[in-house]
Design a protein around this ligand. Sequence first.
Ligand code: HDE
Length: 759
Amino acid sequence: SETNPLKRAADKVADALQGGPAGPEDGIPGKPGAESPPVAEPTRPREPLPPKPDQTGPDTVSPTGQPTGADQARMAQSGSYLTNAQGTRLYDTDHSLKAGPRGPVLLQDHHLREKVMHFDHERIPERVVHARGAGAHGVFRSYGTAANVTKAAFLAEDVETPVFVRFSTVLGSRGSSDTVRDTRGFATKFYTSEGVFDLVGNNIPVFFIQDAIKFPDVIHAGKPHPDREIPQAQSAHDTFWDFVTLHTEATHHTLWNMSDRGIPRSYRTMEGFGVHTFRLVNAAGETTLVKFHWKPKLGVHSLVWEEAQIINGVDPDFHRRDLADAIEAGAYPQWEFGIQTFPDTPDQTFEGIDLLDPTNIVPEELAPVQPIGLLTLDRNPSNFFAETEQVAFHVGHLVPGIDITDDPLLAGRLFSYLDTQITRLGGPNFPQLPINRPHAPVNDMLRDGMHQTAVHRGTAPYRPNSLDGGCPFTPGAHLDGAYVETPVRIPEATKVREAPESFDDHFSQPRRFWLSMSAPEREHIIGAYTFELGKCYEQAIRERALQVLANIDPELCEGVAAGLGLPAPEPTVPLADVAPSPALSQVGQTWPTDGRVIGIVTGPDGDLDGVRSVRQAVLDGGMVPLIVAPAGGTVGDGADALTVQRTYATARSVEFDALLVAGTPGVGIDAYGARDAKAGQPSIHQTTPDPRVGLLLAEAYRHGKAIGAAKGGESALEAAGIPLEAPGVIADDSATVVLQQLTQLLGAHRVWERFPSAA
Ligand code: HDE
């Protein structure tokens, strides 16, 4: 630098911009006043610069297009006039340049070429798994209760960390339906002061396989058949069941999928799990093994299978819409973050459970989940592509205080998540995308590559160096703030392609899950297996699946065998003697009813006063009232009129958590009504009450939902064949009294007694 005056001038400017003085204290060898240079480090560290504007989260805009908070200049769109990508103003974007209005389009139309070229490349490859997802921004506030086991700064007391969460299904394509039977992803990016921490979890605490080398195989088996590319987003087909019955380590995860956990009611009512065992490290260097949990404040709730199937048709975006609507309405979903802790013993087992086997859980009764913080999702993305699609999670994005273990499934993931972004996001610079940018200062020596948007300064992206004053310095392994791998002892070993013997037990954990289920949950599981195996063509696969079920439990096996019309085999392994874990059941607890949707069905002779007061009471209770009437517009007149949200033609039971019929429902106007009337034919809906109200009620009844009737609504229930004395059916003259009882029932999520097995 001494010999190049231009470089010296540039350095001065750079230093002035950084606010760092180029003075004697820099210690640059040869500069006047320099201290004696350290041998390995010719220059001295400076305090990190304050975060650059581009290290904050992406901009958001209000519904009216106004930037919120962030600097207007950083918005993607600026200026009021249409321009091309180079900022040149355009006067017409609807007509190609032609030789006369009816003549040929000219190749010289550079605007046409730029517009179509860009459009041609708008899509990027979808994720190879978890392609369909929905995301939200939020904040994580830590309680500090984990500070004794981890030095992670974001887990210290009362620290607030911005987060972005992406929920997803696994098997389906980007455009597939939300409520398919599948595992859900629950991936969280914490933008901590010490760098990004990603917790890339699922809503099921175990995985199909024990070693990442089988991941391509299990996914090939689950994805549509390669010849016809069907079925979409389903596990109900031969290749899936072929795989999971030949690799019986998949039994536990498959059982969770066949349970109600495979069809969540909402992303807001799902648990999340880190699945693998992680290793926490505290300030004293002590280690603890942990499993991560997300516990939804609203409880864990699911759909029933028929509901899920109907929703796939009537609202394929059900979960995505639900999440965005709730956040927009200010009903911010919350999860408590929790850990199960285990001593970091050399064998890495707890109560005989191998902690490195990702097909195992540790029952909460043996190791309680200790709450360590609260996640609140409070902001919808402004742009789906920029945020939800371009977010790139990686299990190797770790911060000091959180380390990995030798779970062989985790090892493969540590490679895969970086690798896949190269194809998906087009190169190695995806951390520079706004949604992926750390909020901590970044000073790496990674350079160039596709889509490089940073303009790096200096000439020496290596270290140590004596040329760049801002040479990235390393604090040394013993200084605070650096990520230091835990010095875990690896016992002397021989290189083998083998799994430990402890990985061979594939049935005792599934049996514990089955034994922990309530009667209606068991019935749902039997129904799910019967449906899925019934969709398989190969008899050999069904028979093999029954053998797997026999090894879990005879009742389960016999139930499914009866449905398939096959004999139930005897178990080939002794049935494990395991205690149930009540924490696994979704039945038997009471949960908040916030955000629950109450359909208020009314008609021309409806109980208007009742509807009005009930609607208000629903709102006051933090729930969502939707008025269902024969036609759109309003019910009632003048200032007292109430807006109709759903008509008999647009309402479907699946949207509601409970129904209240206030007054006698009338006859609606359907798509065919007008035509039928013209032809002099009576419409099929010209009976009272309208058959679509009957369907609404019958479905809600079948799906175990609370149903109420006030002031004449009873007649609609009777017409739908619903006994007024059935469990979960409330009739009273006062709609408000009915609502109170409905709300109580809703706390249990469903009227579980209504499912046949519980009778
Ligand atoms: Fe993933 N997984 N996975 N996975 N995974 C991906 O990464 C992979 C596994 C999970 O919303 C991919 O960026 C391997 C377990 C979620 O962007 C890919 C193995 C768990 C998401 C990948 C697993 C997960 C992914 C595809 C076996 C729960 C969506 C796109 C060793 C703990 C993240 C991408 C998002 C996505 C690989 C198993 C969760 C290909 C090799 C176990 C939530 O890298």
